[in-house]
Design a protein around this ligand. Structure first.
Ligand SMILES: [Zn+2]
Length: 648
């Protein structure tokens, strides 16, 4: 936040200085200044920009969809291959350098995408955030590696991170520096160009223009008009040299979100005001919203239902049932996710049916304190050889045939007895107290289970592995061998245990009541969070599980997890991108696991708005107890649902 305000303040000052009479007039274009290159329309890409990376095919599509909006243009990309790391720059490919300011990743992150871009006629700029790393070696390393790709048109420097590592302010580029960098670029290919990027004109070299493209990435602008004015000044300052623009920042979302087709409308206005524009790049931070990944052809259509489901989790209720259902009706709550204890009550079920509230029976799967108290040998076992227990969270080993059969039979029996509208599967995963996993936790710090003898032996048999001596009888020894040598196979085994249990439960429950709607409580981790922990630790493969159920319900408890409201939408959208089921986020109503730090009504309102955004299928409040205690939050529910009804 502070960074943004600093940046905006600087920017406003600069704008005032730069603004003169007629500043917004289209830049003059003299004879012989037409760039040989057509307009490139596409995107900015970085490994850290989008919530997740749908893969090279997606980026090719985005370039093509963007270019499709501007006749005569070709797809383009500002592709970031070097990001600021520490004092220097990390290049996203393997390599060697004597300079400690230049580092490399173990794997190549760019070649597959560049191959696709070559075939699709892209113009690609390879860009770095240099920090204090010297430019000439960076240029040489990057172009030596990727210069054979015909889509590459040159090299780019984010001047905001030039000799600047704390804040994106940078150091102004001198004429000699610009000449030297361009020479380094052209020594690899005389047709290449060099781009320099900043939002302040005075950070660009004072007079050198030949061979350069000037990219403006200004943001935090109050309106489209303000953006076009500022970009026109930029374009005019460098005309007839080519300029480019990065658009679509989240800080500008309040106004661009209201446009029918933001990339097309913003782009058209920029091209009118800045005729020397040669590049329009939608930024990756908001790209998944504006260019949603296309669903694979085999995916069933799972758009949100005509009416969103508004549900509440409720575990017990001692008071008057009429008052309870009247309160729900006043708030627009039309589904109750109830514990077995409550759903078993005949009066509760009768009232729900009478009031048209759909009843979802919550069934805990591998969380079973009663079973564990009766038979502690059922405990799942961690890699340290300990029972899977942290505070109240304790888990049963997911591979015990007897426990699984009992659980399936009990669930089917509950469905037979209660005849709920839906079944909501909870604790359908391996042991992890995800509510308490810090935002920056390392994968290695998360518990891996279950290394009981039965799991270890079954895993080895299934994977066709011979267990080393001592693995049976020593979970620690088994875990260290498995995690070091066979972690990928182990993850598949874990995922299969959960997926097969879902299949068994769903089949048994639907055999009793075929129209049963089934919800699965999803750990709110996206595929790349914590190094893939959603599969590797929790054993939840959301895409696979989504083929078995009607709703995936991520427990997007943002306050507890210290995430901003926007994170809720990100999780929903990420799950929805590959889900065959509808995605129904659950949000928290009151503080949990952050004693003394209340969840305000304002934050709750923002969480709720994000939870309801497309492609969400509705929302489930966790829990009614909390909502019942806070009239101001009930008012929020009423107001937000009402504004939504009007908005649609
Ligand atoms: Zn086990």
């Amino acid at each position: 936040m502070s960074l943004v305000s600093i940046r905006r303040a600087t920017l406003l000052t600069a704008a005032l200085v730069a603004a003169g009479p007629g500043a917004a007039r289209p830049a003059a274009q003299g004879p012989g200044t037409t760039s040989p290159r057509p307009l490139a329309a596409g995107f900015r890409y970085s490994a850290y920009g989008p919530d997740y990376d749908p893969g090279p095919g997606y980026w090719r599509q985005v370039g093509e969809r963007m270019a499709g909006r501007f006749p005569g243009s070709v797809p383009g990309a500002v592709w970031i291959v070097g990001r600021l790391k520490g004092q220097g720059c990390e290049l996203s490919f393997p390599g060697k350098s004597a300079d400690p300011l230049i580092q490399f990743t173990d794997e190549d992150a760019n070649d597959a995408a560049l191959d696709l871009f070559d075939a699709a006629g892209f113009q690609v700029w390879l860009q770095v955030e240099p920090g204090n790393a010297p430019l000439e070696p960076l240029i040489r390393l990057v172009l030596d590696r990727y210069g054979h790709h015909p889509s590459v048109v040159g090299f780019g420097v984010d001047v905001e991170w030039y000799r600047s590592v704390e804040r994106p302010e940078g150091k102004a580029v001198t004429d000699p520096e610009a000449r030297a960098w361009l020479a380094a670029v052209r020594s690899r290919n005389p047709r290449y160009g060099l781009f320099l990027k900043h939002w302040l004109i005075e950070m660009m070299p004072p007079t050198v223009r030949e061979g350069l493209t000037f990219i403006d990435d200004s943001q935090i602008l109050p309106s489209l008009d303000a953006m076009v004015d500022e970009f026109a000044r930029w374009a005019k300052a460098f005309a007839p040299a080519p300029v480019g623009f990065q658009i679509g920042y989240d800080s500008d979302r309040p106004w661009w979100e209201k446009l029918d087709d933001p990339p097309a409308e913003i782009g058209r206005r920029i091209l009118e005001a800045a005729p020397n524009t040669r590049g329009l790049y939608w930024v990756d931070f908001s790209i998944l919203d504006v260019f949603p990944p296309e669903r694979p052809a085999w995916a069933t259509p799972t758009g949100p239902p005509a009416r969103p489901l508004i549900g509440v989790k409720i575990y017990e209720h001692g008071g008057d049932l009429d008052a309870l259902f009247a309160a729900w009706s006043a708030l627009g709550i039309d589904a109750a996710f109830a514990s077995a204890a409550l759903a078993d009550r005949r009066d509760f079920r009768a009232k729900a049916a009478e009031r048209g509230v759909r009843l979802f029976l919550i069934a805990a799967v591998f969380y079973d304190p009663k079973a564990l108290a009766e038979d502690p040998s059922l405990f799942a076992i961690t890699a340290e050889g300990e029972p899977a227990r942290q505070e109240w969270v304790e888990f049963v080993c997911p591979s015990r045939p007897d426990y699984r059969a009992r659980r399936v039979a009990a669930t089917a029996e509950a469905v037979r007895r209660i005849r709920p509208d839906g079944l909501s599967l909870d604790f359908m995963r391996h042991f992890v107290f995800w509510e308490k996993v810090p935002r920056r936790a390392a994968l290695e710090s998360l518990p891996n289970t279950c290394f009981c003898d039965r799991c270890v032996a079954s895993f080895a048999r299934r994977a066709g592995l011979e267990l080393p001596r001592g693995a049976i009888g020593s979970p620690r020894a088994a875990a260290s061998w498995i995690l070091a040598e066979h972690e990928a196979a182990w993850t598949e085994w874990k995922v299969d245990l959960i997926d097969s249990m879902a299949a068994e439960l769903v089949a048994a429950a639907r055999a009793v009541k075929p129209d049963l709607e089934i919800v699965l409580h999803a750990v709110p981790w996206r595929p790349l969070d914590y190094g893939g922990a959603v599969r590797r630790i929790a054993g939840q493969d959301h895409e696979r599980l989504s083929t078995r159920v009607d709703y995936l319900s991520p427990m997007t408890y943002a306050h507890m997890l210290r995430r901003p409201p926007r994170w809720i939408r990100s999780v929903v959208r990420t799950l929805a991108a590959t889900s065959h089921a509808r995605v129904l986020p659950s949000i928290q109503v009151q503080e949990a696991y952050r004693p003394g730090e209340a969840l305000s009504a304002e934050e709750f309102a923002r969480d709720l708005r994000e939870a309801l955004r497309t492609p969400s299928a509705g929302v489930v409040f966790w829990s009614w107890d909390g909502l019942a205690r806070e009239p101001d939050k009930q008012a929020v529910v009423k107001a937000v649902l009402a504004e939504r009804a009007v908005g649609r």
